[in-house]
Design a protein. Structure first.
Length: 539
């Protein structure tokens, strides 16, 4: 590989370019479409109810205790809602901010552990892959959860390399792990612990796992997470904590809400979802290289072990949801940076299978992104080829405008890879990789602009608009035959008052067309509207 050096990765401005690029990729348009059921609306509703009730210690949905999640992420949403209002932008802003922090963290860690170019490639590999670009425009918990886990693991590794200041790093690791518990639960320290144990066994080096470090780590976790759990215990008794732990166990052993998948589900998600970094990362699965110092080899091994642990653990877990394996974004982007950096230094070779795999996955993504508008333009024809339930069939009759402009994301992706190939053919590899890694999040943003609003129109907008029409009134809206958090958030359901007898509450229900037989149970209810597969009833 004859690399032209001294091009773009030597510039000092990257310390500013990366966070500015992250802000431009993650923040725009995050308020442009309604929140999606379940997770986005679920967490935003918890935050809204905290503001409504002025109770920031109790996690509740529909003003009832909610045992599944701790409150830290919702506190972040509350802070944003206090500034920007209770809306989609505020609900998603914390994750955009997390994305900016990650762009800085990976650059600084990469520069500290190896060199400036490695830090740039690591940050670009993360930012420039498909799912991370989507991930930080969402309102789900995982971006901050994974940031705390990875920062804790990085702190532990740093402590293992120190002699005089090791305990400080272990304290930081424990505190960050405690924040992970406060964000989503005990899976955080579980992942950290398994990874540290794995690198200790692999390296046969006792410095990675010592009793004092374990003790400090545990105390750090207890110090952070114990404050809120303790206050909750004092205020509400042990019920929340017991129910929370029970849910965590069920999450690992049962399929939650029907989210099932095949055993290799998360491997496929990682390969395609963290593309193109995932393809480059495969080149880092090799034995110790000549000239690779032991600490850096251990670091690469730790990233491979972390990736393997995440994929194995969440393959065992019965629930299969895309973002469950999102912790893999960190080690995959690290391994991608390792391969690209070493390829530029001619320490590893670019193999023919790399190019072939890139071509195959790119082609499949191009086909998928071409199919979306094609199906939209031929949706009535497609209905005759598939067996659809009544709700889906009626929803697909929703008047959504599709035209040739909707092939724009397809054209943009072709343009990005065409430019990258031209740079590659001219041996300008830095420019080629920069084009891909900046181009992919640009493509994701453009695809969202063209597609996400249309998809939301088919799936839930009619229900959202019905709930919004009732916002601010003394009403109660519930769903029949399916679960949804949408009526609480978009109807701005008021907090219950002590004396219900003084307030007349109008009761409405949302029924999907595939459950229309449920109307037979409520013949006295009045149909007040029908739209896009939804039937709206007044009790």
């Amino acid at each position: 590989m004859d690399v032209k050096h001294g091009l773009i990765f030597d510039r000092k401005a990257w310390a500013w370019i990366l966070p500015i690029a992250a802000a431009l990729f993650y923040i725009p348009f995050i308020g442009g479409v309604h929140l999606f059921d379940w997770d986005e609306i679920n967490f935003a509703e918890i935050s809204r109810e905290m503001i409504r009730t002025h109770d920031y210690l109790t996690v509740q949905v529909n003003y009832q205790p909610f045992f599944e999640k701790p409150p830290l992420f919702m506190w972040m949403q509350v802070a944003c809602m206090k500034v920007f209002g209770v809306n989609e932008f505020a609900a998603r802003l914390p994750n955009a901010i997390a994305g900016i922090f990650i762009s800085i963290l990976l650059f600084q860690l990469g520069r500290h552990w190896k060199d400036r170019r490695f830090g740039i490639l690591w940050s670009l590999s993360y930012m420039g892959s498909v799912l991370p670009a989507l991930y930080h425009k969402s309102g789900i918990i995982d971006p901050w959860f994974n940031l705390f886990i990875f920062s804790s693991l990085a702190s532990w590794y740093e402590g293992s390399q120190q002699k005089s200041s090791a305990s400080g790093w272990y304290w930081l690791s424990g505190l960050l792990s405690g924040l992970a518990i406060m964000t989503k639960g005990p899976v955080g320290p579980l992942l950290i612990g398994i990874t540290v144990l794995a690198i200790r066994i692999f390296s046969r080096n006792g410095r990675y796992l010592r009793f004092p470090s374990i003790l400090i780590f545990i105390i750090g976790n207890i110090f952070v997470a114990g404050i809120w759990f303790g206050l909750n215990w004092i205020n509400n008794g042990p019920d929340f904590i017991l129910a929370f732990l029970k849910y965590q166990y069920e999450l690992l052993t049962q399929s939650v809400a029907g989210h099932k998948g095949f055993p290799g589900y998360h491997i496929v998600v990682t390969l395609f979802g963290v593309f193109p970094a995932s393809v480059f990362a495969l080149g880092a699965f090799r034995k110790k290289q000549q000239g690779e110092i032991q600490s850096q080899y251990d670091l690469r091994a730790m990233m491979i072990l972390l990736l393997g642990i995440v994929l194995i653990l969440f393959s065992i877990v019965q629930s299969k949801i895309v973002h469950y394996s999102s912790m893999s974004y960190f080690p995959v982007s690290f391994l991608s940076a390792w391969f690209l950096s070493n390829a530029m230094d001619k320490k590893v070779k670019w193999s023919a299978w790399h190019g072939a795999l890139l071509i195959v996955i790119t082609t499949l993504i191009l086909i998928a992104i071409w199919v979306v508008p094609w199906v939209g333009l031929h949706i009535q024809d497609m209905k005759s080829y598939f067996s659809l339930d009544n709700f889906t069939r009626i929803a697909l009759d929703t008047p959504v405008k599709w035209d040739l402009w909707d092939y724009t994301p397809f054209a943009i992706l072709i343009l990005i890879f065409t430019i990258a190939i031209l740079f590659w053919r001219n041996a300008e590899y830095e420019r080629s990789w920069a084009t891909i890694f900046f181009g992919m999040p640009l493509f994701v943003n453009i695809a969202l602009i063209f597609f996400i609003g249309k998809i939301e129109t088919y799936t839930q907008r009619a229900a959202v608009e019905f709930c919004q029409s009732k916002a601010g009134k003394h009403i109660d809206i519930s769903t029949i035959g399916y679960k949804s958090y949408l009526p609480y958030f978009y109807a701005d359901k008021p907090a219950p008052v002590k004396d219900h007898s003084r307030i007349m509450v109008d009761r409405f229900h949302i029924l999907r067309a595939d459950k229309i037989n449920r109307l037979e149970e409520h013949t006295d209810w009045k149909v007040v509207g029908e739209k896009n597969g939804y039937i709206f009833l007044e009790e």
